[in-house]
Design a protein around this ligand. Structure first.
Ligand code: XUL
Length: 617
């Protein structure tokens, strides 16, 4: 992006503070990305902070942390770069952004005072050194909190925790990290902490020059926030503060309990409900040092996955499927149906909406492994070519009751060891088979890896999606009522043949098995293979089409769009529907045609559910 920046129109900045870099993208009111700037941490700050890939890791105990000063340096670094580029800072009227999720920043008692008197001739990290009670922030890759995870599960229970907070216990989640910090790794530093921010609210705070509230959607990644009641859960706060009656040997009547709860409440502050309203104006430091427009508003930053969904014209029931090394499914729903197998967060711009997130470990590696086997079997010269694999997928037009689960790595969803399982349906019985038995050949492996990955998404997205009876526009599909009768029949047939279906211990219902996505969007390396995404699309069966999209700067763009949407809402003084606002991007997207096999793959759904239940170890 090297366009000449216009010298009059209002501009917006979208930050993406990720693990390895800070990127800032510049957009205008028409949602056009005009320019971007960035700094890679390992290139600019390796020497100063001793980092590798943006973090400091301790292999012994699994601790992974990011130096907070480095983030501050990166803001100065990129803004300096923009200044050198003669960037028209005076046109910037709104800033928001995306930050890595779950990380916490611990402020000292000096923080407010120091934030307030930043001097333009000095950098941020030097001036804010004493504003931190710990100069590090736990990174999302950290896995040093097994002890804390045990405590959360013992006190609350895994499924119950998911019910309350939208996610089960995860080692990286903020509540567990705070418990470790307060009770095990740094109790004195915890005592010297005045406030705790998430990375998102930390950056918002730095830009406005005072400590601001936590942003609600990102706060859902803490294992502390009760999503339904819209407040912190006191039992979870007790766990984070190390005073839970069940696991910490203390009673609720003990004055220490009450003091610790009051203390952690003060430290965390309030959670600001989803809003378009500004968190505050840019602080004088940035006005004086860089010449940012003094009316520039800072709109609350949010988490990176949450910002990603803001970058696309996503409507409720839309799914964004990222086919990278791992597979991540992000979807938008109005349905709060939590499960320990996925995450639900509040949507950052739709007050009654949620973002569902399913994270799989086995993505491209598993597909590549089968591709290599196929190429070896067919003696394909170029062992990395996808041609044969794709040809098999393209000609596999009918589901033939054979399926495989391929986990070269241990899997998170469902939680299982590394393994391969193949099965067929014979005489209405699901039986485990080996390769080259029961008609299961190498071609079946190729289709089964894609089928089972798509079916797993379908099984797990189903409970989160709202039931939809819409039909495809322009199609001859039956009216909703007769469609409903037809679906009931299919559902009854499947249940009669396979029995009730369970996923991750939860019974699938007629509604969950028949909820279809609205649109599916595919991103990431795997989406460049049209045969793979066509097969996935035919199984997932979105009502309004499949789209392949390329959004290399999704997080930063999501941040910039959040800023321009908020700015427009503030100008109008009312809530603008985010989906309508972002829908102007729809005209730039092209869908691809797939044959709809959604109904046919009901048998696949059942077969996968039974295989997971019966054979996975
Ligand atoms: C989400 C998560 C990661 C980080 C990456 O739960 O841990 O996506 O947010 O920055």
């Amino acid at each position: 992006m090297t366009v000449e920046l216009p010298r009059t129109e209002p501009l917006f900045l979208g930050f993406d503070l990720s693990t390895q870099q800070l990127k800032i993208i510049v957009t205008n009111e028409k949602l056009i990305a005009l320019k971007s700037y960035n700094v890679e941490f390992d290139i600019a700050f390796k020497e100063k902070y001793g980092i590798t890939k943006g973090v400091l890791s301790n292999k012994e105990d699994g601790e992974v942390v990011s130096p907070v000063g480095m983030w501050l340096d990166s803001i100065n670094h990129v803004f300096d770069q923009m200044k050198k580029d003669d960037f028209p800072f005076n046109q910037v009227v709104g800033i928001s952004g995306s930050c890595q999720q779950h990380g916490s920043v611990f402020w000292s008692h000096e923080a407010e005072n120091l934030l307030n008197k930043l001097q333009k001739d000095q950098d941020l990290s030097g001036q804010l050194q004493d504003a931190l009670s710990w100069d590090k922030s736990p990174n999302w890759q950290d896995h040093s909190t097994l002890e804390e995870s045990d405590a959360f599960v013992e006190a609350i229970g895994r499924e119950e925790l998911a019910e309350i907070t939208g996610s089960r216990d995860h080692l990286r989640f903020t509540g567990l990290q705070i418990r470790k910090f307060a009770t095990r790794s740094h109790p004195e530093k915890y005592a010297n902490t005045s406030r705790i921010s998430l990375v998102s609210s930390f950056i918002t705070s730095v830009l406005i020059g005072q400590i601001t509230e936590l942003e609600e959607s990102d706060a859902c990644g803490m294992n502390l926030y009760d999503i339904k009641s819209g407040d912190f859960n006191e039992e979870l706060l007790a766990l984070a503060a190390g005073v839970h009656p069940k696991v910490d040997n203390i009673t609720k009547e003990d004055p220490k309990y009450k003091t610790a709860i009051e203390d952690i409440k003060t430290k965390l502050g309030k959670i600001s409900p989803i809003t378009y309203k500004s968190s505050g104006s840019i602080s004088s430091y940035f006005i004086e040092k860089y010449g940012i427009n003094c009316n520039c508003q800072i709109y609350s930053f949010t988490g990176d996955n949450l910002a990603t969904i803001l970058s696309l014209p996503l409507q409720p029931n839309d799914c964004l499927i990222s086919l990278g090394t791992s597979t991540t499914v992000l979807l938008i729903t109005k349905n709060y149906q939590p499960s320990s197998q996925y995450h639900l967060f509040k949507h950052p711009t739709i007050p009654d909406g949620y973002m569902g997130m399913i994270c799989y470990c086995n993505g491209s590696l598993a597909r590549e492994k089968i591709r290599d086997e196929v190429n070896e079997y067919y003696k394909i010269e170029d062992s990395k070519s996808w041609d044969k694999f794709s040809e098999i997928l393209d000609k596999s037009v009918k589901f033939d009751n054979k399926l495989g689960i391929f986990f070269p790595l241990g899997e998170i969803v469902p939680q299982a060891k590394a393994q391969t399982v193949r099965a067929v349906l014979e005489n209405d019985k699901v039986i485990e088979v080996g390769l080259d038995t029961h008609g299961f050949d190498v071609d079946h492996d190729a289709r089964a890896i894609v089928e089972s990955q798509a079916l797993s998404c379908r099984l797990r997205a189903g409970p989160m999606l709202s039931k939809s009876t819409q039909s495809r526009p322009g199609s001859n599909s039956p009216e909703p009522e007769s469609q409903q009768v037809k679906l009931k029949q299919i559902y009854n047939d499947v249940v009669e043949k396979y029995g009730d279906l369970y996923t991750d211990g939860k019974k699938q219902t007629f509604e969950s098995l028949t909820a279809r996505p609205n649109r599916c969007y595919y991103v990431g390396g795997g989406s460049n293979n049209l045969s793979i995404i066509s097969k996935m699309g035919s199984i997932l069966g979105p009502i309004n089409g499949n789209y392949k999209v390329e959004i290399p700067n999704a997080c930063a763009l999501g941040g910039a769009y959040k800023a321009s949407w908020s700015f427009e809402c503030e100008q109008k003084g009312e809530w603008i529907n985010y989906q309508q606002y972002i829908n102007q991007l729809m005209k730039d997207l092209n869908n691809f045609d797939v044959e709809d096999k959604w109904v046919e793959y009901f048998d696949g759904v059942a077969l996968l559910a039974k295989m997971e239940e019966k054979f996975l170890k």
